[in-house]
Design a protein around this ligand. Sequence first.
Ligand SMILES: [Zn+2]
Length: 567
Amino acid sequence: MILLAGRWRPFIPAGVKPLSDYSSQGRKHCSVLSYVCQETSGGYYDSTLIQWRPLGSISIKGETKAMKEKIQELKARLGEINDLNSAINLLYWDQTTYMPPAGGAARGRQMATLGRLAQEKLSDPAVGELLAGLEEFEQTLTYEDDEAALFRVARRDYERATRVPAQFVADFYAHTSESYEVWAKARPDNDFAAVAPYLEKTLDFSRRYADFFPGYEHIADPLIDLSDYGMKAETVRRLFAELRERLVPIAQAISEQPEIDDGCLAFFYPEEAQLAFGREVIEAIGYDFRRGRQDKTAHPYMTKFSLNDVRITTRVKQNRLDEALFGSLHETGHALYELGINQAYEGTPLAKGISSGVHESQSRLWENQVGRSRVFWNHYYHKLQGVFPEQLGSVTAGEFYRAINKVQRSLIRTDADEVTYNLHVMIRFDLELALLEGKLTIKDLPDAWQARYESDLGCRAPDDRDGVLQDMHWYDGFIGGAFQGYTLGNIMSAMFFKAAIQARPQILDDISQGEFRALHEWLKENIYRHGRKFTAEEIVQRVTGEPLTIEPYIHYLQKKFGELYQL
Ligand SMILES: [Zn+2]
């Protein structure tokens, strides 16, 4: 950029293409070239950083040539780390979708190598020096400036990475890859003994990870912080206790009412037709198949290789209509979040959802607040009946709506209804803490699991397949920090959905017409596009005007299920 006669004038070398996303600058219809022709413009195009910047976001003397070089070098280094992590995601995606089973051992080694390289690059003292060298410049930027956010988040990642040896990361990748393979076989075989030694190691890895962060209040804190930055075991415990006190009476009152008949969901539903219908729905809510794809896996998840390649996976049961459908809506919610991040953040640590809680708020919002609502099925039920006339021809929309919202004591968390779901999460969270605290051993875990399911949900799994082996958590990641995000997400989803409807009251009417743009755009504008720029706490406050509270969620459950069960 060149400064002439006291006025910013843009210098755009030939070949520099305008960026496509100006919406975050509130200049939707203005291309770079036409914009910069306006001499009274409120900003300039920074050709070195390939970024449009508003005037006032930067001090003139702050951004020297040396500073620019530092920023460029930092971005280049962070870009390489991002590439390595994306490659790890791709290897993992392949492992859980198409890889032949015998490929497991080599895959573990490959992921371990990339994981170690990424860790070495991130904890390289040169990154720390660059960040330190940019601190003064950072202080001249506003908190909301993209670059300030980049430095802030990169520093947080860097400081965390310097605590954890690269070899530990490599060993952990190799271990979890193997552990996942053993679990994938042990679950159908109902063989807890096969995974137990792996879980012992995972617990040891988890404790060692926590020990890299001495001074924690609770041993789970560093692990919770990894997925829900800023959260602590004690905060989560308090929040869960408060929620539990309000949830249990709702679940209790429902259990005293006549059971809902959900038999219509358990007819034979051919896989192809289920997937085709699901695809139509997720495309309608905004999933762009030119920037993503859907494949089958054992335990569904969303993954990302770039901001323009965000994939979802699903699981189909031909004797259960709700599994693939709501699973797809759930993963699409995660994917819409990643796809909606400001494209200018590509390759930087900002190009990611904030935390597991905020991420889960988006998947649960689309799955439940939208997908399990009456208004949604006002539009989609006759379409679904059209796809499955034999199965659903004589089932009314009201009966179907009741079936997909049936509340029952159940064994599998991912299949649980909205009322009891959090009770599953609380069990898992408490078991994680007990394991980390040393109050529970791996050997005793299956029994402890059964005891808690009996006392909290009044049911007992016939064997470990539907008990301690039910999902891949703990088998492909740390023990600790894996579960609180689900319930935080439920709580936030109600806060966000309420705020969206307050801001754009037409959203519910739109949904009943199969039109989702207003909601999607609102979420993009208020949550998605920011990536990791703000913390979860900040985004909740910005979007809803208040700190995290369970009230909107409780209100939502009371209203919806009060009506369904005539409480
Ligand atoms: Zn999820």
